[in-house]
Each structure stands twice: as C-alpha cells, then as structure tokens.
Design a protein around this ligand. Structure first.
Ligand SMILES: NC(=O)c1ccc[n+]([C@@H]2O[C@H](COP(=O)([O-])OP(=O)(O)OC[C@H]3O[C@@H](n4cnc5c(N)ncnc54)[C@H](OP(=O)(O)O)[C@@H]3O)[C@@H](O)[C@H]2O)c1
Length: 266
C-alpha cells in the first residue's frame, strides 16, 4: 500500500513519520539497478553485487573503458549489465540515461547515487590547495555541491518517471555529513553531503505517495581510492548496508540515515 502517515506538504515531524508500510513489492531480478560512479570503488562493488543478484545493472560512469569493463565483468558472470556514459553534472549524459531507461520499458527498482568527490581529502588534495575552511576556494565548494548533491538530485529527477511503487533510492552519504557529529575541516565535502541528506528527506516526502523509499547511507571509512589504504573497512563491509537496503524484501523505511544496518543521527 503506497503512502506514508506523513501529510504531504507539511514539515517533517518525528523521523517515524516517513515509515512506509511494507506491502510494497521489493526490487526484483530483471529490473534496473542504476549505479552512478560504478567504474571503481564502492560503486563498482555495488554494481557487481547487484548483477550477481540478478538485477539488470545500468553501469553509470564517466570513464568509458572502466565502465564498459564493469558491465562486461557482470555479463561474464551471467548477469545483465549495460554501460551508460554518465557524468552526473552533465545534462546531456542525464538525458541519455533517461532515454536508455525509457526505451527499455523496464522500471528502475534501485538507484544508488554513489558518484562523489572529496577534493579536500588529504590524499587527493591538489598540490598547494588550501583546505583551511577560512580560505577554501568557492570553486571547490561549488564543485563539491554540483557532484555530491546536485548530481544526485538531478539523477533522481530525470529517473522519477521510471520508479515504481517499492523502488529504492540510496544516496551514498558520509558520517562526515552528520550535523550531530560535525567537526572541523573538509568544509566542501561535509556541506555537500549534508545537502545530499537534506535531499533524502525532501524526496522521501515527495515520493511517499508513490511508495518509493529514499534513504541516505554512510558506508563508514572504506579502503578505496577515496578512503585510502589506512581505512579500517573493506569494500565488502562498506557496501553491506547499501545492498541490504536495496534488496531486503522486509525493508520498508524511507527518510532515514543508515550505517551498519542501523539508523544514525542526521
Ligand atoms: N571511501 C570512503 O571511506 C567513503 C566514506 C564515506 C562516503 N563515501 C562515499 O562513497 C561514494 C563512493 O566513494 P569511493 O570511496 O568508492 O570513492 P572513489 O573510489 O574515489 O570513487 C568515486 C566514484 O565517483 C565517480 N565520480 C566522481 N565524480 C563524478 C561525476 N561528476 N559523475 C559521475 N561519477 C563521478 C568516480 O568516477 P571517475 O573514476 O571518473 O573519477 C568514481 O567512480 C562517494 O559518494 C563517497 O563520498 C566514501
């Protein structure tokens, strides 16, 4: 049964207000799972895992060679996958994504908004870049917002006609976005991921009547190009909650922030 107990248009009250009844049909094999930034790191692992589970995976990536390679690896294991060139900040790419899904006639059961940048990361910092929040350049702030927040929002917007009741949208966030735990540094990354979390709440309400579940997920600190080799978590550990929310037939909640299969503070 679609809908939530939260009246449309009114401000959110308790977090429970977005809980959606669990009678929605869970994502099924053969339906689309769209993953952005799927050519490496967490996105690649999510795409390959959903491929193994029988989803038709739309591998969205900026880099054609590595994106095609992920799609080919999924097909080699017997899964269904197609590569789509996708820079989430490019409207032409977003239009091509929408067109590919529309022409397929198959709904999007899962969207994982994984594409992200962390330009202030000590590992990725451009030489000479000043990450002091008192001097961080507006270009860095703008770029972080365009990829981490606006890119995810635009992907949701263009795919909106193709979700069905029970579809699941996962916004890959970070504990660094939690206002409850907010600390110093990484201003652009923190602000942009907090904005992504705001989008999770807004879309959870916007889609409540259609029974579409929207959640933010923190993977924890994971050993990827972004996380670095000193991170405590493996990629498998990092994607566990994402795969659980994407596929668990009993999952029925929307508008929350998750890590390790638990709700965490915004
Ligand atoms: N690793 C961690 O410890 C950690 C912790 C918390 C949250 N996260 C989040 O988890 C997600 C994945 O991170 P990761 O660790 O796997 O990082 P990663 O290895 O650096 O991968 C980032 C992915 O995002 C893609 N991307 C960047 N900008 C893009 C754009 N404009 N359009 C489309 N794709 C774009 C990259 O594509 P290219 O190959 O073309 O650059 C790459 O596929 C990110 O949202 C990140 O913020 C990671």
């Amino acid at each position: 049964m679609p809908g939530s107990s939260h009246p449309a248009g009114s401000p959110p009250g308790s977090v429970e207000s977005y809980t959606v009844p669990m009678a929605e049909t869970p994502p099924k094999p053969g339906e689309w799972a769209v993953v952005t930034g799927a050519n490496r790191g967490l996105g690649r692992a999510v795409a390959e895992t959903l491929g193994r589970l029988g989803f038709r995976v739309l591998v969205g990536a900026r880099d054609a060679a590595s994106g095609e390679a992920v799609a080919a690896a999924i097909r080699k294991e017997g899964g269904g996958a197609e590569f789509c060139p996708l820079d989430v900040t490019r409207e032409t790419d977003l239009g091509r994504l929408e067109s590919a899904i529309r022409k397929s006639g198959t709904p999007v059961a899962v969207l994982v908004n994984n594409a992200g940048i962390y330009p202030e990361s000590p590992r990725l910092r451009q030489s000479g870049m000043d990450s002091n929040p008192l001097r961080v350049p507006p270009t860095l702030l703008a770029e972080s917002f365009m990829v981490n927040a606006v890119g995810a929002v635009r992907t949701i917007q263009v795919l909106a006609p193709h979700f069905r009741s029970g579809s699941r949208i996962l916004n890959v966030s970070s504990q660094m976005a939690s206002l409850a735990r907010m600390a110093g540094g990484s201003l652009g990354y923190r602000m942009s991921k907090t904005a992504l979390n705001a989008a999770t709440r807004v879309f959870a309400q916007a889609f409540a009547d259609r029974g579409i579940l929207v959640n933010s997920v923190s993977p924890g600190w994971v050993r990827t190009d972004m996380g670095g080799t000193e991170a405590p978590r493996s990629i498998a550990e990092g994607i566990d909650t994402l795969i659980w929310i994407a596929t668990d037939p009993h999952f029925g909640e929307s508008g929350f922030f998750w890590q390790d299969r638990q709700k965490i503070d915004w």
